[in-house]
Design a protein around this ligand. Structure first.
Ligand code: 13P
Length: 262
């Protein structure tokens, strides 16, 4: 046992309008038992337009999940048409914010510099950033996985104190595994998480590296969740497609909880 409490996060991406969100979270709330979350933290990351609806429902019904966002601006306010500020998310009771998801990096040109600035903005508002790192298929084939991970991890936490770095969650999401049905093998995912932890150790020291949580993401399903979570350095899962339905997401939460019961 690592002593790190696993975090299972559902990234809905651009799916579910606020009414569909209401149905999904209500369904999840009815199915979720106290026992399911006794040893596991769960966060939901709906689109911005659903956040208020999900927040209200979760609070009213006492559903034991945390509110998460998928992205935010690195500024608190200003002339930034279309952006959402971390201050606004914090006011809604958002606990976690995904920072630098590969879809933001590739489709919206989010650079390592913007990732680092966004990470700082999220921390400034006392929320927990989930920083995504991962290599492309080409980088993997060229044996550049570790070089890419090192670059992304070090750029994200540059200038932060070890104490602050200890508040960051990392997610290893290889791009070739996202939405493809081809998840990393548990051994490959574990190796990458061990490497990410060693990079954190390099800048923040061994004790901090030993406490931070590192998730795996990319084609996680109920069928592979247990074997991934059984690896000692994988402390949670960042789930896309399989988090959209209450039943499949709950199966993943339970598979994860089961690993931590023996
Ligand atoms: P899938 O689980 O749909 O592969 O998505 C992974 C992901 O990108 C989560 O952030």
């Amino acid at each position: 046992m690592s002593g790190r409490r696993p975090l299972i996060s559902g990234n809905w991406k651009m799916h579910h309008d606020h009414l569909e969100a209401l149905h999904m979270v209500r369904d999840l709330g009815l199915r979720l038992k106290t026992d399911d979350v006794a040893l596991v933290d769960v966060s939901l990351h709906p689109p911005f337009t659903d956040l208020r609806t999900v927040q209200t429902l979760v609070e009213k019904e006492g559903i034991p999940v945390s509110l998460g966002a998928q992205h935010c601006s690195d500024e608190d306010a200003g002339a930034r048409t279309g952006e959402i500020s971390p201050h606004m998310l914090a006011r809604l009771g958002t606990a976690y914010v995904i920072v630098g998801h590969s879809e933001r990096r590739t489709m919206f040109a989010m650079s390592d510099i913007t990732v680092a600035a966004t990470l700082k903005a999220v921390l400034r508002h006392e929320m927990t950033p989930i920083v995504c790192v991962g290599e492309t298929e080409e980088e993997r084939m060229a044996s550049h996985t570790e070089a890419r991970l090192e670059e992304q991890v070090l750029a994200a936490v540059e200038g932060l104190s070890p104490e602050v770095i200890g508040r960051v969650v990392f997610a290893y999401e290889p791009l070739w595994a996202i939405g493809t049905g081809q998840a990393a093998t548990p051994v490959d995912a574990e190796d990458a998480c061990v490497f990410i932890r060693s990079m954190v150790g390099k800048v923040a020291g061994g004790p901090v590296a030993a406490t931070i949580r590192i998730q795996y993401g990319g084609s996680v399903q109920a069928e592979n969740a247990g074997e991934l979570m059984a690896e000692p350095d994988i402390d949670g899962l960042l789930v896309g497609g399989a988090s959209l339905q209450a039943a499949s997401f709950l199966d993943i939460i339970r598979a994860c909880g089961a690993c931590y019961r023996f």
